[in-house]
Design a protein around this ligand. Structure first.
Ligand SMILES: [Zn+2]
Length: 175
C-alpha cells in the first residue's frame, strides 16, 4: 500500500513484526509494521522521521548522480582502453585508408567522439571509457565512417549497417 505522511510517500507492508521498521532505498521508502499497529501510528512514525528520510533520499540521489558523472580515468588510461577498439575497427578500414588515423582523448562533454576527417584524426571523449564495450565500438566505428561520410546522411547509415548491423541498438547505450 502506498501512503504519504508529512510529504513522504512510502510503501507500507504489514508483517509479523512487533514494531515499525523503515528502509530507504534507491526504489523508495519502505515501511513494515505489525498487523495491529494503527495507520495513525505508522504515519506518525514516518512524519517524525521525515527530515531524516528526505536526507537519506537526497544522499541516494547524489550517489546515483556521482556514479554517472564519476571522473573518467586520466587520458593515458583512456587511450589504453580505447586502443583495442581502434585496432579492431582499423582492421575493417586499413585497405581503404592511406593512413591510420591518430586518436586523441579529450575531456569533452558535447560529444562522444569527433572525426577531424580533413586532418586525419579522431577525438574521443574521455568519459566514453566508462561506457560499455559495445558502445565504445559503436563510437569508434562511427568516427571512422565519417572519413568516408562526413555527414549523417543515408550513405553514412548504410556504411554503419554494413560494418555493424546492430549499430542503432548500440547507439541507445549512450543515452
Ligand atoms: Zn557523427
Amino acid at each position: 500500500m502506498m501512503r504519504t505522511a508529512a510529504d513522504v510517500s512510502f510503501t507500507l507492508t504489514r508483517k509479523n513484526v512487533k514494531n515499525i521498521n523503515l528502509r530507504v532505498t534507491e526504489r523508495g521508502v519502505f515501511v513494515s509494521a505489525g498487523r495491529h499497529v494503527p495507520l495513525a501510528a505508522v504515519d506518525g512514525f514516518v512524519a517524525q522521521k521525515a527530515d531524516w528520510i528526505q536526507k537519506a533520499l537526497q544522499r541516494i540521489a547524489a550517489r546515483k548522480k556521482n556514479i554517472n558523472a564519476e571522473a573518467a580515468p586520466p587520458a593515458c588510461q583512456c587511450e589504453a582502453i580505447f586502443a583495442p577498439f581502434v585496432a579492431q575497427v582499423w582492421e575493417l578500414f586499413h585497405d581503404r585508408m592511406e593512413q591510420k588515423p591518430k586518436i586523441k582523448v579529450k575531456h569533452i562533454k558535447s560529444a562522444w567522439g569527433i572525426c577531424h576527417f580533413k586532418d586525419g584524426y579522431i577525438t574521443l571523449a574521455a568519459r566514453l571509457a566508462n561506457m560499455p564495450p559495445a558502445a565504445i565500438e559503436y563510437v569508434v566505428l562511427h568516427e571512422f565512417v565519417h572519413f568516408f561520410e562526413p555527414n549523417h546522411g543515408a550513405g553514412f547509415h548504410k556504411m554503419m549497417a554494413q560494418f555493424m548491423p546492430d549499430y542503432q541498438a548500440r547507439r541507445k547505450l549512450l543515452k
